[in-house]
Design a protein around this ligand. Structure first.
Ligand SMILES: Nc1nc2c(c(=O)[nH]1)N[C@H]1C(S)=C(S)[C@@H](COP(=O)(O)OP(=O)(O)OC[C@H]3O[C@@H](n4cnc5c(=O)[nH]c(N)nc54)[C@H](O)[C@@H]3O)O[C@H]1N2
Ligand SMILES: Nc1nc2c(c(=O)[nH]1)N[C@H]1C(S)=C(S)[C@@H](COP(=O)(O)OP(=O)(O)OC[C@H]3O[C@@H](n4cnc5c(=O)[nH]c(N)nc54)[C@H](O)[C@@H]3O)O[C@H]1N2
Ligand code: SF4
Ligand SMILES: [Mo]
Length: 709
């Protein structure tokens, strides 16, 4: 805290929680002056993970809150779709128009033709999960499969160990080996890094496995660079070495796993020489990696969602999740699998969603958000006639975005967008609604990267006429004539209801009351120290209570029941087989200064992030006469975009990398990489496949004309 703020007794301190889609879920304190204006936002010093600092993005949160482009009033479109011509209307007019249009659609086509589209603009319980369910269930609206991020990985972890029970990052200091596999915490979960450093100072070795030399890889002890989408082959081959050299624990496997014989059969098909050919990682490196992993305990395997965005992403994560079992590292302090902490506390679903209420129509169809473009342009039958977007910016962040724009241009589609800013998606709206920032509304946050529950007290009054997601749902419920109290309760009442209903099933909530949450802001879950080691008693949450290397649940879902490697649908392997020597795998992982497209319109973040670049290996650049700074164009059957070449050994030959998500508006030709990314679904969970993306590359010197709507 700066001396000036500390001394200023007139400032009010308000506790909150960062709302963004980030595992760190920082505990905030906002300082508010006597005029009710927030003057600073800090990370709480007394929080076990936040430890007094915020990331480069949220450190500047006030630039977001008080941004001159904040939407302050509801708007109605007055020009053609996409023209960005709007005029101010009142909330009453907005709610009346929306509900009238919906009543008409329901009469003519059914409520399943109304599609709410949202993801994780905020991770708050009330403005996220409750908003995503209650009103829409009552309306009978189309369900949305929210699978854009980590669905394949989530399903893989659940099938294998039965629960997303990662250790909290503080536990990393006990690890002697930290294997960071397809995860870039230096950018995407920065509060993990001090614990990683501390572990290194205590002698731990950090190895990063990533096709790209990420920020995390730069400070690792070793960086292994496989071809994207080949990690399961790498892991199977590590297992091959561990088995053939006797560096595994057959007794632990016998006691705590199911189906080892099936997995072993696959393992034996991946000797290092074969895996080297598939992955591009030399056989000696695979052997060394296996030996290091098997003989350095405790060994933590950290994975996150980046690596799951491939057509084989589910099976990749399922294979990785078996690795700790081979050496009995589950249930060990400092060992095991660090994916997500989401399942340490599970909300009572009935209290959260009220889906069981008699007034709710039976569940209608479910559409997958990754296919939004296809849905809006003919795949959905009956068609979607109204789209209500909040907590998401699909024109920027959803795959195959060119198709989405095409769909949004439909005259018979009634689009509403609720956001803090006039995003590229909002440009195509018929009605735009202004949203509150985290400083302006109540919410409760359950992190997916640590073990404290956090209440967010509003620090300032809503700007202009901005309303929270939940308050808009309440207004729309009134507009639709829904009288139900669970659609009218305010955010605090909703939180109380869910806390009370969830307490009996969750010992982790012992002693955590609404009043304490309000007063303290952040409270560690009531999990005793010895229980904080995931699967400490060797009991897993799968049906068998074991690590399921063979899974009946996978069979029931129509998946391969045994982990394994299959080439990606559009893969480097196929590329090698000679379909084309000019195609590349284009990866688009997270940018350091954005969270998906959020923050992408803030001047300082844009400047720090630079320009939308394309990293290319010197061999590939030289062969095409490409130099750093030159404008290049990547394209495939879905679309194209232009990027500025950066020649670097950060990427492997055959692999290109850009970062996401740039606002299309601030990109060349008003289109970003998602004009090329695929809306094909992953093998598990209907997940996204952003990284399974083959493109061709050409140098363009002259500007390319805009083809954006
Ligand atoms: N600064 C910042 N922080 C964020 C976000 C952001 O956009 N920016 N996004 C937030 C969200 S929504 C999420 S889901 C998380 C994501 O958090 P992460 O999963 O850490 O982020 P990503 O950059 O998507 O992917 C991590 C790494 O996986 C690698 N990867 C991709 N495919 C493969 C593969 O086939 N094999 C291997 N070995 N590695 C692969 C990428 O090269 C990348 O370096 O971060 C959250 N935090
Ligand atoms: N090429 C490529 N694309 C990707 C990825 C990738 O790796 N590669 N990563 C993907 C991942 S991991 C994810 S999770 C998705 C995320 O995709 P989206 O969920 O669409 O996330 P954002 O693009 O950040 O859009 C979130 C929007 O919510 C708004 N918002 C924030 N708070 C609120 C609020 O309280 N109320 C309302 N109404 N709006 C609010 C923000 O202003 C922002 O415009 O992007 C994906 N896109
Ligand atoms: S985005 Fe992540 S690191 Fe940054 S303040 Fe929020 S929770 Fe913390
Ligand atoms: Mo995500």
């Amino acid at each position: 805290m700066s001396a000036s703020v500390e001394k200023d007794r007139t400032l009010r301190v308000v506790y909150g929680s960062c709302p963004h889609d980030c595992p760190d879920c920082c505990a905030l304190e906002t300082h508010v002056d006597e005029q009710g204006r927030a003057v600073s936002v800090r990370g709480r010093a007394d929080h076990p993970v936040t430890r007094g600092w915020l990331c480069a993005k949220v450190n500047r949160y006030l630039e977001r809150v008080y941004h001159p482009d904040r939407l302050l009033y509801p708007l109605r479109r007055v020009g053609p779709k996409g023209s960005g011509e709007f005029r101010r209307i009142s909330w009453e007019e907005a709610v009346a128009e929306i509900t009238e249009r919906w009543q008409d659609i329901i009469r003519r086509h059914g409520a399943e033709c109304i599609l709410p589209y949202s993801y994780a603009g905020t991770l708050g319980l009330v403005n996220g999960a409750v908003t995503d369910s209650r009103f829409w269930h009552r309306l009978g609206a189309c369900r949305l499969e929210r699978a854009i991020c980590g669905h394949a990985a989530e399903e893989a972890v659940l099938l294998t160990v039965g629960g997303r029970l990662a250790p909290s990052p503080e536990m990393l200091v006990h690890s002697k080996l930290i294997l960071i596999w397809g995860s870039n915490p230096a950018s995407t979960a920065p509060h993990v890094m001090p614990f990683l450093r501390q572990a290194q100072q205590r002698g731990a070795c950090v190895i990063v496995i990533d096709p790209i030399r990420s920020l995390t890889a730069r400070s690792a002890d070793q960086h292994v660079q496989p071809h994207p989408g080949t990690d399961a082959a790498l892991a199977l081959s590590m297992m091959y070495v561990m088995v053939s050299e006797g560096l595994y624990k057959p007794e632990w496997i016998a006691e705590h796993t199911l189906g080892w014989e099936h997995l072993l059969e696959r393992v034996l098909r991946f000797p290092p020489e074969r895996a080297a050919d598939i992955t591009g990682v030399p056989a000696e490196t695979i052997i060394q990696l296996a030996r290091t992993y098997a003989t350095t305990a405790p060994a933590m395997l950290r994975v996150s969602d980046g690596i799951n965005r491939h057509t084989n992403g589910g099976q990749t994560i399922r294979t990785l999740a078996c690795l700790p079992a081979l050496i009995g590292q589950y249930g060990v302090l400092g060992g095991g699998l660090m994916y997500s902490t989401s399942d340490w506390l599970r909300w009572n679903k009935a209290a959260l969603a009220h889906e069981h209420e008699d007034v709710c129509p039976p569940a209608p169809r479910t559409l997958n958000m990754n296919r939004l473009g296809a849905i809006l342009t003919g795949e959905a039958d009956p068609p979607v006639y109204s789209l209500y977007v909040y907590d998401a910016n699909p024109v920027a962040s959803t795959p195959n975005a060119g198709k989405i724009v095409e769909g949004l241009m439909r005259d018979d589609l009634f689009t509403v967008v609720h956001d803090l800013f006039e995003t590229d998606t909002a440009r195509y709206a018929d009605i735009i609604l202004p949203a509150t920032s985290q400083l302006e509304h109540v919410d409760l946050h359950k992190p997916y990267g640590h073990l404290s529950l956090q209440y967010n007290t509003p620090a300032i009054a809503p700007l202009g006429e901005a309303r929270s997601n939940w308050d808009v749902m309440r207004a729309l419920a009134v507009g639709m004539g829904f009288q139900d109290s669970w659609l009218q309760d305010d955010a605090n009442a909703v939180i109380r209801e869910i806390l009370t209903a969830s307490a009996s099933q969750n010992p982790a909530l012992d002693g955590i009351t609404f009043e304490r949450l309000q007063a303290e802001g952040s409270i560690p879950l009531a999990i005793p120290a010895e229980e904080r080691i995931p699967f400490a008693h060797g009991i897993f949450r799968t049906p068998s209570g074991k690590v399921e290397m063979y899974s009946e649940q996978a069979v029931a879902k129509g998946y391969d029941p045994v982990p394994g490697w299959v080439p990606e649908n559009d893969s480097y392997q196929k590329q090698k087989e000679g379909s084309s020597a000019t195609t590349f795998t284009l990866m688009s992982p997270a940018a350091h200064h954005f969270i998906s497209s959020t923050f992408g319109n803030q001047e300082r973040m844009k400047t720090k992030e630079g320009t939308p670049t394309l990293r290319i290996h010197p061999c590939d650049a030289e062969a095409r006469g490409i130099q750093s700074g030159q404008m290049v164009r990547v394209s495939n059957e879905r679309g194209w975009c232009r990027l500025v070449a950066e020649v670097t050994e950060d990427v492997r030959p055959g692999v290109l990398a850009t970062t996401t998500v740039w606002w299309p508006r601030f990109s060349p030709d008003q289109r970003n990489v998602n004009w090329t990314t695929s809306d094909r679904l992953a093998d598990f969970g209907g997940g996204s496949t952003f990284h399974t993306n083959l493109v061709t590359l050409e140098v363009v010197d002259a500007p390319v004309a805009s083809q954006n709507g």
